[in-house]
Design a protein around this ligand. Structure first.
Ligand SMILES: [Fe+2]
Length: 261
């Protein structure tokens, strides 16, 4: 990987910048990777498409690896380390560049999961991914989700649905908007493409009505600024035993996150 394509550590100073305003270094990387159109599309619509992130041969190997790890299940999580190919995917220069565009310098890998959806897989209702954040959502995007489509994305195949531009609402959809999903389109793309979206845009899944399986690798990146400055993971059950519930809450032991199995 060339220097221009590598990710840099975050700055600790306080910069001022508008969303989608790129540093010279990041702009050069976007130029090199031919991602200017992708950035513009994401800025306008809240989501986008990365074409040809790798070869079709790589896509086939990734699909095989996902099916191997899923082992007959519909999904599997905590994939990094479970097969060597996943480490290659998260180092993909186009993914890293777009993660930085959407989440700032030093984006953190938050989740790496897969899904295998067959005929009859139900629709996923409309939502925004930026959970635990009250509306109005911050101007600067906090998380970004990337779906590597190992199989072609079509509406009948259960592609991700998205309502372009709904990130401008800076809130989750209400129940009526979820039921109506007015303006929703399918993120149609060929096998081996990546569909991504920011944390505010409304999206879901169409149900799958055709034969075969839709195999997808899901990657979520988050802005690093809310990461705990000190790491208290070493405090074990014995230390926590006599502490109040609130202690577990402030250490993040009661939020259902940090999935470890
Ligand atoms: Fe989502």
């Amino acid at each position: 990987m060339s220097e221009a394509q590598s990710l840099q550590a975050p700055n600790s100073n306080s910069e001022t910048g508008q969303p989608y305003e790129l540093s010279d270094e990041l702009q050069a990387r976007v130029d090199t990777l031919d991602l200017n159109e992708t950035v513009e599309h994401a800025k306008e619509n809240g989501y986008g498409l990365i074409r040809n992130p790798s070869s079709l041969e790589f896509n086939d190997r990734l699909r095989e690896a996902i099916l191997e790890v899923a082992d007959g299940r519909r999904s599997a999580n905590l994939l990094l380390g479970k097969h060597p190919i996943f480490a290659e995917v998260v180092m993909n220069p186009k993914i890293l560049a777009m993660a930085e565009v959407l989440c700032g310098k030093g984006p953190l890998l938050s989740q790496l999961t897969c899904s295998v959806r067959g005929k009859g897989a139900r629709a996923l209702p409309l939502h925004a991914d930026q959970n635990w954040t009250p509306a109005p959502f911050p101007v600067h995007n906090q998380i970004a989700t990337f779906c590597w489509a190992c199989d072609e994305f079509t509406k009948a195949g259960g592609a991700t649905m998205v309502i372009p531009g709904t990130d401008a609402h800076r809130r989750h959809p209400d129940p009526d908007e979820v039921a109506e999903h007015k303006g929703a389109i399918a993120t149609a793309c060929p096998a081996g493409s990546i569909v991504f979206w920011n944390g505010s845009v409304w999206h879901g899944n169409w149900p799958r009505t055709i034969e075969g399986e839709r195999v997808v690798l899901h990657m979520t990146f988050g802005r690093m600024s809310l990461r705990q400055i000190e790491n208290y993971r070493f405090l074990d059950a014995a230390w926590l035993k006599d502490k109040p519930y609130a202690m577990r809450v402030i250490l993040g032991r009661e939020d259902g996150l940090s999935v470890s199995a």
